[in-house]
Write a protein that binds this ligand. Structure first.
Ligand code: APR
Length: 251
């Protein structure tokens, strides 16, 4: 079993050697910003059945309930969330010319806020609400959610511009994710349980195309030992800080 220092040094070495790394992130990277994850202790899906409140058919049938149970609380948390050291570490890797793209399953916009300039929002974005009638988009922070569900000027119901269960991944996001993943030399997988497809296939595509896969997560996932070349058992913020410190001490 390699020591944490050895794992951090190996990850820093792989990252220092490339100018084409891609990151795949999940809810775990935003936990330290106060946004709950979905699975694991305190996860949203430990309290609610996603098929009951996060499926497109339920949203169409009862938007007021979905807003009341899920969306309003998410809005309250996301309105105040700021990037943590995990997000900042990925932004620093881009500034160093190492990381090209972040593929995120998160809808919180924290990677863009941290400074990454090429962020593929695989599951859409919570920053916008979209009218289910006329498709017009409005910024979430401008939406008055004291009356549920909030409505568009045309009278249609507003819904998060995020992918609900039962919906397609935005085609451009899927295509660009596959392209950048297949071309990268290192894939950094941070804070995902790697159980939701097709996002969870990205590390496999990277691996099949010769990339080194580095996974950062306090817990092992289906990728660990099967796809990941390096598994660093740690939290995103602290681990990214240690990797950046190792990287910058050698520059
Ligand atoms: N740092 C890094 N990872 C962490 C931390 C932390 N501080 N704390 C927890 N984790 C890990 C957990 O061990 C878990 O593997 O983050 C992961 C969170 O997993 P999920 O909650 O399943 O989040 P994610 O993988 O993004 O879920 C994928 O499922 O419900 C859908 O659309 C939703 O995008 C989401 C998708």
């Amino acid at each position: 079993m390699r020591s944490m220092d050895a794992l951090i040094a190996a990850a820093a070495e792989h990252l220092a050697a490339t100018r084409n790394a891609v990151a795949l992130t999940g809810a775990g990277i935003s936990i330290e910003s106060g946004i709950p994850a979905f699975r694991g202790p305190g996860g949203l899906w430990e309290r609610f059945d996603p098929m009951e409140i996060a499926h497109i058919d339920v949203l169409r049938r009862n938007p007021a309930m979905v807003w009341k149970v899920l969306v309003k609380d998410l809005k309250a948390v996301m309105d105040h969330a700021v990037p943590n050291d995990g997000h900042k570490g990925l932004a620093r890797l881009e500034a160093l010319g190492i990381l090209r793209t972040v593929i995120t399953q998160n809808i919180d916009g924290l990677h863009q806020m941290a400074g990454n300039t090429d962020v593929i929002e695989f599951h859409g974005s919570f920053a916008w609400q979209r009218c289910m009638q006329c498709e017009r988009r409005v910024e979430t922070r401008t939406v008055d959610d004291t009356v549920l569900p909030p409505r568009c000027g045309c009278g249609g119901v507003l819904r998060p511009d995020a992918v609900f269960f039962g919906e397609m991944i935005p085609p451009l996001a899927l295509w660009r994710s596959q392209e950048t993943t297949a071309a990268c030399e290192v894939m950094l997988v941070v804070g995902t349980s790697a159980v939701v497809q097709p996002a969870a296939s990205m590390p496999l595509i990277a691996k099949e195309n010769g990339a080194v896969v580095i996974e950062i997560n306090p817990e092992p996932t289906p990728l660990t030992g099967a796809v990941s070349d390096l598994f660093i058992p740690g939290r995103a913020g602290e681990t990214m800080n240690r990797i950046l410190a190792a990287l910058e001490s050698d520059r």
